[in-house]
Design a protein around this ligand. Sequence first.
Ligand SMILES: CCCCC/C=C\C/C=C\C/C=C\C/C=C\C/C=C\CCCCC(=O)SCCNC(=O)CCNC(=O)[C@H](O)C(C)(C)COP(=O)(O)OP(=O)(O)OC[C@H]1O[C@@H](n2cnc3c(N)ncnc32)[C@H](O)[C@@H]1OP(=O)(O)O
Ligand SMILES: Cc1cc2nc3c(=O)[nH]c(=O)nc-3n(C[C@H](O)[C@H](O)[C@H](O)COP(=O)(O)OP(=O)(O)OC[C@H]3O[C@@H](n4cnc5c(N)ncnc54)[C@H](O)[C@@H]3O)c2cc1C
Length: 627
Amino acid sequence: MAGFDDLASERSKAQFDVEEMKVIWAGSRHTLEVSDRISRLVANDPVFRKDTRTMLSRKDLFKNTLRKAAHAWKRIIELRLSEEEAAELRFYVDEPAFMDLHWGMFIPTIKGQGTEEQQQKWLPLAYKMKIIGCYAQTELGHGSNVQGLETTATFDPQTDEFIIHSPTLTSSKWWPGGLGKVSTHAVVYGRLIIDSKDYGVNGFIVQLRSLDDHLPLPGITIGDIGMKFGSGAYNTMDNGVLRFDHVRIPRDQMLMRVSQVTREGKLVQSNVPWQLVYGTMVYVRQKIVSDASCALSRAVCIATRYSAVRRQFGLQSNGIETQVIDYKTQQSRLFPLLASAYAFRFVGEWLKWLYMDVNQRLQASDFSTLPEAHACTAGLKSLTTSATADGIEECRKLCGGHGYLCSSGLPELFAVYIPACTYEGDNIVLLLQVARFLIKTVSQLGSGKEPVGTTVYMGRVEQLMQCHCAVQKGFLELSADLVQAAVAHCQLIVVSKFIEKLQQDIPGKGVKGQLEALCNIYALFILHKHLGDFLSTGCITPKQASLANAQLRSLYSQVRPNAIALVDAFNYTDHYLSSVLGRYDGNVYPKLYEEAWKDPLNDSVVPDGYQEYIQPILKQQLRNARL
Ligand SMILES: CCCCC/C=C\C/C=C\C/C=C\C/C=C\C/C=C\CCCCC(=O)SCCNC(=O)CCNC(=O)[C@H](O)C(C)(C)COP(=O)(O)OP(=O)(O)OC[C@H]1O[C@@H](n2cnc3c(N)ncnc32)[C@H](O)[C@@H]1OP(=O)(O)O
Ligand SMILES: Cc1cc2nc3c(=O)[nH]c(=O)nc-3n(C[C@H](O)[C@H](O)[C@H](O)COP(=O)(O)OP(=O)(O)OC[C@H]3O[C@@H](n4cnc5c(N)ncnc54)[C@H](O)[C@@H]3O)c2cc1C
């Protein structure tokens, strides 16, 4: 039968050791073992089913998410899962929920911005989930412009407290995940006011709801901001609205690693840079880059398997049509995405290392690499999420009409993924940060300060000094071009990190060869996409451009027999993929047919509303016909 045979035969053609590639993708043999074990644990647990998610009402969907989160927590405790295993469990449960913000932002903020005493007080409560926290920064009126936030935290020396207040409608907190219905606490960002003087934005731990009956505490108005894009998708999350009416908190609930307010109301700065108030965003952006490769590889896995099963036109001598994966147009759309998934995986690995390195340095009061870490996390978050969002949509198109069905898994994946281009920093705003960093680096070239890290190449480009002079005349005027320069800088990082990966010891028959092909596809595809820029700047000649394109076509042919094995190496369970088109066994058509009958519309042969709305029309037509 089509599908079973197709994928089995594809697998037999693979020219490399898939099991070793799984290790490379996972990062280590240990990580592969953990991820394999936990993904199966989730797939085999009926509480974690997700096949009806797109058909549930918001209330049922949300309650079901709470049920899953509670069950996940129970399993974590019962099985005594490590932090790594628990994070894998959250990943494979595959449902955005308040837990993400509690573990992913609330706890890291206290760790990064709290003093030793504050950590000792709050972290045990948070780790045991005796309190549940979220990250309340964005307001109705300001998200990107953090320094424009309006919430105030005014010190009252009489009582040794801060008074948290929302002075305007636009100062209402708006968007924080987990805030709407679940969180008992939040890290709230607001303007520190002492003696009528504004000291800018700082973080404060604020209790929002009673730990007894979950009701909002006095002075607090709180709720969910409403349905978001798509069915299922991000609607499992209670993104919230929050207003304060002169809510009092003890002074020691201001996060005081960066600056402290004394009992007398004096502001004391510590030796750490004030930008550490933005530190959680660096951490989460780094996480988002790692997650981009997961979302893209998932879409690519579905589209690749289906492209091998789907046949259209080109009747062959044996009477069967051509697999659509054999069309060069399909390959030229699909294989660069396959290569991007691997490229993002490796740059994500590197970014994780960079983040750990900067953290260790911060502990030792070395702040020198913070600007680069900010630029890299901001830029790569922007590049990888934009490419992944576009890539998922391209995979939907690669699957033709069936890709538009929810049972393909692609519509929900797209809907849940696209806000990544906005949250944790709008992608254009983040690229402008990279552009500023690049301009600053260029401006220091003449002063004898050697560029380091990801900007080391700048020391070799003489024309950059002239660029700097031009940009000095108008950053805003040139910002659209500067954003392109920032993207180019980030692409260079992605390609360099892929090349560095290839320089490591890579065991397994044929594995290195496949990765080399993917790395070359990624680099040449970027060159192809921006051919105009490369030609107009004289970086390559027309002859080189045409050679590069010929090389790209030949690389597609090289990857073609290995395509299915390259997506098998992601080691995704059918539960995680949740796609009829991407099934491991390729049994697409019978399952698509079966799936259709599960739709609630098919519960009855004659639909509800027939007698009310259809029958009268039909009867009317009958009368008109008689007339
Ligand atoms: C059930 C199982 C349970 C177990 C679970 C286990 C585990 C779960 C684990 C994990 C989950 C993990 C992670 C979660 C992953 C995903 C999370 C999911 C969803 C995400 C939710 C999204 C949340 C949010 O969106 S929070 C809000 C984010 N907001 C933003 O990003 C705002 C964007 N704006 C800004 O960042 C800034 O305002 C700005 C644009 C940078 C402008 O800053 P500003 O100060 O106004 O101006 P300026 O440009 O002059 O900058 C000044 C100066 O500072 C430097 N700078 C700026 N930012 C930073 C930074 N972040 N770090 C360091 N330095 C920074 C800048 O370069 C300037 O420097 P200089 O003066 O030039 O030297
Ligand atoms: C699903 C989701 C979850 C979220 N979760 C949280 C959360 O848990 N906690 C939290 O605090 N926040 C959260 N947010 C908020 C999120 O961080 C902000 O929406 C994001 O930072 C973008 O800010 P904004 O909405 O103000 O966009 P805006 O800044 O208003 O952007 C609008 C447009 O203006 C452009 N623009 C803005 N500034 C400039 C500039 N200087 N130059 C050029 N163009 C510019 C942008 O590119 C964009 O096109 C979440 C958002 C979403 C969608």
